[in-house]
Design a protein. Sequence first.
Lengths: 456, 456, 170, 170
Amino acid sequence: MFRKVLIANRGEIALRIISACKEMGIRTVAIYSEADRNSLHVRFADEAICIGPPRSADSYLNVPAVISAAEIADVDAIHPGYGLLSENANFAEVCRASNIKFIGPPPEVTRLMGEKEKARMSMKKAKVPILPGSEGVIQSEEEALEWARQIGYPVILKASAGGGGRGMRVVRNAEELPNFFRAARTEAQNAFGNGDLYMEKFIERPRHIEFQVLADEHGNVISLGERECSIQRRHQKLIEESPSLQVTPKMREEIGATLKRCLETIGYMNAGTVEFLMDEDGKLYFIEMNTRIQVEHPVTELVTGVDLVKAQFRIAAGEKLSEIITRPIEMRGHAIECRINAEHPEKFTPSAGKISVFNLPGGNGVRVDTAQYAEGIVPPYYDSLIAKLIVHGTDRAEAVARMERALGMFVVEGIHTTIPLHQRIFADEDFRVGAFDTKFMERFFEREKLRRESTQ
Amino acid sequence: MFRKVLIANRGEIALRIISACKEMGIRTVAIYSEADRNSLHVRFADEAICIGPPRSADSYLNVPAVISAAEIADVDAIHPGYGLLSENANFAEVCRASNIKFIGPPPEVTRLMGEKEKARMSMKKAKVPILPGSEGVIQSEEEALEWARQIGYPVILKASAGGGGRGMRVVRNAEELPNFFRAARTEAQNAFGNGDLYMEKFIERPRHIEFQVLADEHGNVISLGERECSIQRRHQKLIEESPSLQVTPKMREEIGATLKRCLETIGYMNAGTVEFLMDEDGKLYFIEMNTRIQVEHPVTELVTGVDLVKAQFRIAAGEKLSEIITRPIEMRGHAIECRINAEHPEKFTPSAGKISVFNLPGGNGVRVDTAQYAEGIVPPYYDSLIAKLIVHGTDRAEAVARMERALGMFVVEGIHTTIPLHQRIFADEDFRVGAFDTKFMERFFEREKLRRESTQ
Amino acid sequence: MNAGQLQSLKDLIEFLKQQEVGEFELEQDGLKVHLSFAGHDRPAGNVNLGHLSHLLQPAPAAAAVAAPAHLPSVAAGSSAMESPSAVAEDGLHIIKSPIVGTFYEASAPGAEPYIKVGDQVESGQVVCIVEAMKLMNEIESDVAGEVVKRMVASGQPVEYGQPLFAIRRR
Amino acid sequence: MNAGQLQSLKDLIEFLKQQEVGEFELEQDGLKVHLSFAGHDRPAGNVNLGHLSHLLQPAPAAAAVAAPAHLPSVAAGSSAMESPSAVAEDGLHIIKSPIVGTFYEASAPGAEPYIKVGDQVESGQVVCIVEAMKLMNEIESDVAGEVVKRMVASGQPVEYGQPLFAIRRR
């Protein structure tokens, strides 16, 4: 096992990794920017090194500074956490060149998965279902009709050069296709100076479902089931849970087997997450793979009983999966995570500042991952996640009730947080019965707005 | 299920019960003394009623005040927690007379178990092993020799009227018995005006091991495995764990079956704990039964996955055990609890006062049950338990490592706590390998003293 | 400490205050001085506490029971009241309930109330009943004076220490 | 304390205030003075934290850094140093390390140090090397003046912002 590890991150994930190291007898080195001098990851690490000024670009994202710190502290591994340098293949390469073990997949794999189209094709080759679409640019209405027929309606036309909704059309049947095709092409031409279009299957109300995997360095891959992450606001996840109500044991097993085959072929290593969209019929389509530990990893830990961060270290140290996970993975009960962000709960503006009151909920089935504390400061330089509140219950109903009680006991003052927003979501009938998709929050806010207007 | 419950307790257990109620949709009423006005159980209950001045006798132990509060709040049940009125059969009777469901066994059962000799005999009849001893007063040296022969050396002579070690002698063989018998009788006569002696088997180094049971109101009993509670200081438990390293699956099953038979015969109801001493050969002897939820119930919750407080409510509401626990009880992993007391860690004097810093540990496998908070006050009137730190790991080694890391992250300032003491115990080699008994702490302090002296 | 020393010390303290010193310690020979100015480093701890209990949760609409947050905050630790009755800030004497139960103004439904606003009461005179566990507990005034205010309605539940009457002592 | 001493003390306090000192301690012979100004947050723990050499020592768990709540709250927003170098309280200019790495006083082992105590340095003059990732980064003085002190030993690791030299400006 490693003797000494540098944690190239901050906040709750840095503390999460430090905790795992402490429990494994690994010495820890924190790095910090000047804004984080009084952070708990600095306090609880065995050593701490200031590597730069507050701006991430000059500190946590500054590869020479991070590597230099690793060298003077004489560590044998670096854990990148999530975000920051975690999916930076160059950083992983510098680690390798510096003879420091990077806790994650090798740079080649990270690079492959970082190029979305290549990743898609690798997955497709391994029979992982991907979102159907045209291959390359569509030249004519006739070709468009043919692609649409193959893909199946509804489809979406997108501008190859595009973005922001321009040159984009949802087409629901063959009749409306020709007009929409021409309109989209004109719009794309006007907007981007390029009228090229391509086509994809359109999912009206997709769910975001992802699978956690672990892969050792001996060619073995295991799937640890899925997480349901559809409760998002502008592609930022707010609530995650495991298992998903939509995934049957049979689906779980099939996807697990496919992923195992596919990732063993690719030569994947360490922890990773395979993200899917699920359509209204419960069919899954691969979108991308994240080659790092994820924010929402605790819900998987609670239902599987596997400590994912410890597993990352053991894998990186060369252990085999069969030594790390000695009994078959079984999903036990139901876990839900709420991301507690330092944000205004209505306006979503970041809310940096000093925390005056910080009362954590506890008791049966409640886990809190945080690096914040009473009198602590939320600096304005980094992301707004200040705590993860995670609950575990025998079933979803108990987990939901437990989360509601825990949210009510989580008292934060001095800054705004998303706690009141979570409380409103948990009171929502659609959420409670699990009837949601990635558009849920839009509808939720719309309903709230209507309700406010009707009471005025 | 109950509509509204009064919690006749304070501190962490009151909050634990309130949490269970919230998760079950039961309305809660807290009662509090003037010293607890700003306590979290008052804050988080739906209603709160001040029932008296700080002294327990005038508030939490004042039956008319508690019942009167229950009546004006119009509750349909009272949960007594542990300590205070929890094993007061008269209180349970007043509840019954007031048509309020007492969450616990009926007063007759509490009374039976409260009379130690009757409880012993009930257990003996049901073939639960009890500590062998003389029946009644020993009249002569000859009789003493005969009893000792039957019981087997070593034995202990005790004064019937006695206490505090006077009139007490450990006898290791027949030769020394006559002299010790005479000396003990004289001592007892002088000390208590009564020279009557009785004899029990003497266990040199007993372990304290207890079994958690649940019993419904339809005659069904289930055992939820054992807890090892040998780390005690002056009969106050400091650390509890489950499972015990000494209890094999076979023993667990056998004792479980015996207890089931015995308690079904007695007509036991609700949660209870059967306490045993274990001798050096691993044999268990019944000592007493506690007819309430225990401080250390969380370790059982973590390894079995059963929420004991919720089970208490469901049982009291008439549900059958088969509805509450739907799969066979299985011990998963290993759980350990440290009692964090507001005490000087060396002198053990209570340390009341204002808490200035209160940073709770969190993360994977860590549970904290507490009603304390930063800026909170530990009043001098009640017991010194301010928090329970409970960890769960895949095995004892992981649990021990996790506890060490969690203790290191538990920062309390403004008062003294037992956290440093726990850290020292967890560093002790005997503790780490599980080589301990109820005399462990005596030896531990002795070793510490020697070490201090040798370094001076 | 002689007069001269005392004067020096006073001088010094005045000076320290002027200089906005927060804390000061001095040790010299047999003399040891420690001083901290009021308001310094005291982030209103007790207030915070009370504050915490007001937070988030809107006071439960418990018709039956007074929400604790409405009651005067008592600093725990030194909080034990000598007697449940006490003097209010405006000089009025407050008769508080010595037990938790249900308040009745009269001995029986329809009977005259024991006392009314404007009445003169004597010390030891019964002023109301608080029922607890079917027992009618007669509550006596602990002062003599004029009844200025009744704070609870007949039939209303009261907790321990809850104000019942305000009396202007004579 | 006689009048002369008292006056000296007052003088000193005025001076401390002027210099915006937060906390002050003095011990001399029989005299011991401790003082902190109102509004000043609490002992400056960050000095300890700032020194890598301290942190690289295994610290016993119990002694592990003062509790966060006691540390001065570095107002995150205003904490960013304009430049890693700054003026120390005693008027000396401190050259701080602009990067994390290993400090070397000379360009090569056995070579003459770039600067020594007592030397005059010019603004822009190389004063030392901080090695990071095998790169030898020449660190230049940002002021001109006399080298009063060197704060780290050659070969010692330094973190970002760590003081290297004290310079008396001219």
